[in-house]
Design a protein around this ligand. Structure first.
Ligand code: AMP
Length: 286
């Protein structure tokens, strides 16, 4: 496994791979790798000759009061985990190399970012799109894998790729959870034991929405009210949003149907967690 820290070197390497006719898969991450990241890498591995991952905690996607400084980092452990799933190249640039003095260009997806996390994290998706566009230009992938846990991020990046004619196939990977249902996240490391229990309220409220839908409830407001009640019954929870929305436009809907997206962000103490579920019709065969 190769580790490349320089933007220029990474570009030359990617260009050489392409010249040899190799296909490239990219999995962008912010490191502190867990099983969900590794699953994305396994998917990438299956789709291309060369698997590149990036590890970069991107300062421009964090707001001034957010956790950029304290975001967990463990590059040594990350390299071991990456190697264990057959990563070929780890691209780990420095902040100065990615954002040299004079940097001033932003990629902005206008409408999809007006909902969900875009409301409470102004500028976040501009930061995400800008760094992902840069990573695409540096690693020159044919495909890139993103997790559905960050549903809006996947939607925004897919839109950017379409709108800017980037010749890259975007693959969405299913949400990977802990055995008790908590969606895996590097930020779970912040949780105390008590907060860890409260964090289960996210998945439980999504399950409740699905269950109510199966029981015949279609009214988004009623389902949202019950989800809010459930979350608030756990200590140290503060809801940022519970959104029941169209899975393509992310605009709120008043009635649920097959494929409606239920997405939420909840503060558990000082940690903001997100999760989501696409509502399914009941499988009558089971
Ligand atoms: P991050 O390091 O948190 O920026 O995540 C890197 C990639 O892993 C993103 O595409 C995330 O959507 C994805 N990811 C993180 N956690 C999960 C999860 N629990 N299930 C699926 N994908 C995930």
């Amino acid at each position: 496994m190769e580790v490349i820290e320089s933007v220029r070197r990474m570009q030359e390497r990617a260009e050489a791979l392409r010249a040899q006719g190799k296909t490239i898969a990219l999995v962008p991450t912010m490191g502190y790798l867990h099983e969900a990241h590794l699953e994305l890498m396994r998917i990438g591995r299956r789709h291309a000759d060369t698997l590149i991952i990036s590890i970069f905690v991107n300062p421009i996607q964090f707001g001034p009061t957010e956790d950029f400084e304290r975001y967990p980092r463990d590059p040594e452990a990350d390299l071991k985990k990456a190697e264990s799933v057959g990563v070929d190249i780890v691209f780990m640039p420095g902040v100065e190399d990615m954002y040299p003095e004079g940097f001033q260009t932003t990629v902005s997806v206008r409408k999809l970012t007006k909902h969900l996390c875009g409301l409470s994290r102004p500028g976040h998706f501009d930061g995400v799109c800008t760094v992902v566009a840069k990573l695409f230009n540096i690693t020159k992938p044919h495909i890139a894998v993103f997790g559905q846990k960050d549903y809006q991020q996947l939607a925004v990046i897919s839109r950017m790729v379409m709108d800017l004619n980037m010749d890259i196939q975007i693959i969405g990977a299913p949400i990977i959870r802990e055995p008790d249902g908590l969606a895996m996240s590097s930020r779970n490391a912040y949780l105390s034991e008590k907060e860890r229990t409260s964090a289960l309220s996210l998945k439980k409220s999504l399950d409740l929405a699905q269950e109510m839908f199966w029981q015949g409830e279609r009214d988004a407001q009623k389902i949202r009210d019950e989800m809010v009640k459930l979350i608030q019954s756990y200590p140290d929870t503060e809801i940022d949003y519970v959104s029941i929305c169209d899975p393509i436009t992310l605009e709120e809907v008043s009635e649920l149907g097959d494929g409606t997206l239920v997405a939420l962000a909840v503060w558990i103490g000082r940690t903001r967690l997100i999760d989501n579920k696409v509502i399914e019709v009941q499988d009558t065969n089971s």
